[in-house]
Write a new protein. Structure first.
Length: 337
C-alpha cells in the first residue's frame, strides 16, 4: 500500500466539474489517475488538459477491474447520483477503498448499508465526501472537541457545483427531509421550516429550508446521545415553487460561489452550555474535489481511522484533514459575536 505523498493509482469515475478537479488534485499528489467517463469528448478534454500520469479507460469500471491492468489503490466516485453503492460493491470485491461524493439520501443510505461488509473486508468507504456533507462533517467533529457533550448539530448550505449537483439540489427541495430529534428519525416535507442562516461574507444571510439532505445520516452516529441533528438548504421562493417540476432551464456548467454553516451546541467541561459556529465559502465543485482527493489519499495510504462505510467525521482525523485542505485553499472560518 502507498504512503502519504507517495506514488499510487487512483480511479476517478466521472469527468464533470468535480471529477476533473479531483483528477487534477490527485495528479498533483503524485497519483497515476485512471479516468472513467461515458461522455468520451468530456473525458478526452480532461485527459488532454492534465497530460502526463492521467489516462482514460474504455469499458467503464468493469474494464479497470478485469485483472489485466494495475489494481487502483483507491477510487473516487464523482459521477452523478445514482447507484454509487453498486460500484462500491464491485470495488469491495477487489479490496479497493472508495470515496463517494454523492449527496443523495438514497445513495448515502445504500452505501452505509455496506458498512458491515466493508468492515469484514477491512476496506474503508468514505460516504458523502464533498463540501456538505464532507467538509461540514469535519467541522462538526472539530467543534465537538471543544465541548464535553454535544446536544445539537445544525448544518446549512448554499450553492451548487456542476449540472448534476444543481439537479440533485432541485430534487432535494422537492423530496423529504430526514431529521434526528430525541432519539428518533423524523421525515418532513422539504421546503418547509424556513430559517435565516448566516454564512461567511460575502454570502451573508440566506433563507434556508428543510431538504432531502444526508448530513444527519452521517452525523448521528458520530455523537452518541445527540438530541437534534438537522440540515437545511438555501432557496428562493422560485426554487421552492418549482422544486416538484422538471428544471425549467439547463443548469450552469459550474454553480459559482457557495458556502456552508455548521452550528454545534453542547455542554462545556466546566459547566454551562456553548454554541460553536464554523463556516466556509468556496466554489462547491472545487471544495468537493479537494475533500474527495484528500480523503482518497488517506484511504490509499491505509490511514483511515477504521474500515467500513462511514462519513468523513468517522474515517478521517478532523484537524489534520482541515489543515491539509486549508493548505490547498479550502479554509474554514469561525463565527464570533
Amino acid at each position: 500500500m502507498s504512503t502519504p505523498g507517495g506514488a499510487f493509482t487512483a480511479l476517478v469515475v466521472g469527468a464533470g466539474a468535480v471529477g476533473a478537479r479531483a483528477a487534477r488534485q490527485l495528479q498533483a499528489a503524485g497519483a497515476e489517475v485512471l479516468v472513467v467517463e461515458p461522455d468520451l469528448p468530456a473525458r478526452g478534454r480532461v485527459v488532454d488538459a492534465l497530460g502526463a500520469g492521467v489516462r482514460g479507460v474504455d469499458g467503464g469500471v468493469p474494464a479497470v477491474l478485469d485483472g489485466t491492468g494495475p489494481v487502483p489503490d483507491v477510487a473516487v466516485l464523482a459521477q452523478p447520483a445514482g447507484d454509487h453503492a453498486g460500484l462500491v460493491s464491485s470495488l469491495l470485491e477487489r479490496g479497493i477503498p472508495s470515496v463517494s461524493t454523492s449527496d443523495a439520501v438514497e445513495d448515502v443510505e445504500a452505501l452505509l448499508a455496506l458498512d458491515e461488509r466493508a468492515r469484514a473486508a477491512g476496506v474503508a468507504v468514505a460516504v458523502g465526501a464533498g463540501f456538505s456533507p464532507g467538509f461540514s462533517c469535519l467541522l462538526a467533529v472539530h467543534a465537538a472537541e471543544l465541548l464535553e457533550r454535544v446536544t445539537e448539530v445544525h448544518v446549512a448550505r448554499v450553492g451548487t457545483g456542476g449540472p448534476a449537483c444543481a439537479r440533485q439540489h432541485h430534487h432535494a427541495l422537492g423530496g423529504e427531509a430526514v431529521d434526528w430529534r430525541d432519539g428518533e428519525w423524523q421525515r418532513r416535507s422539504a421546503g418547509s421550516g424556513r430559517e435565516l442562516c448566516w454564512f461567511p461574507d460575502p454570502v451573508g444571510g440566506r433563507d434556508c429550508y428543510r431538504a432531502a439532505l444526508p448530513d444527519p445520516l452521517l452525523l448521528v452516529g458520530v455523537f452518541p446521545g445527540v438530541g437534534r441533528v438537522t440540515a437545511r438548504l438555501a432557496a428562493t421562493r422560485r426554487d421552492r415553487l418549482t422544486s416538484r417540476l422538471p428544471m425549467l432551464r439547463p443548469p450552469h456548467a459550474d454553480g459559482g460561489p457557495g458556502a456552508i454553516r455548521v452550528e454545534v451546541r453542547g455542554e462545556q467541561a466546566g459547566g454551562g452550555t456553548a454554541t460553536i459556529v464554523y463556516g466556509a465559502m468556496e466554489v462547491p465543485s472545487m471544495a468537493t474535489a479537494a475533500v474527495a482527493a484528500v480523503a482518497a489519499e488517506v484511504l490509499a495510504s491505509g490511514q483511515a481511522r477504521r474500515s467500513g462505510a462511514a462519513g468523513l467525521g468517522e474515517l478521517l482525523d478532523p484537524l489534520s484533514t482541515l489543515r491539509t485542505l486549508a493548505e490547498r485553499g479550502t479554509k474554514a472560518a469561525t463565527f464570533t459575536g
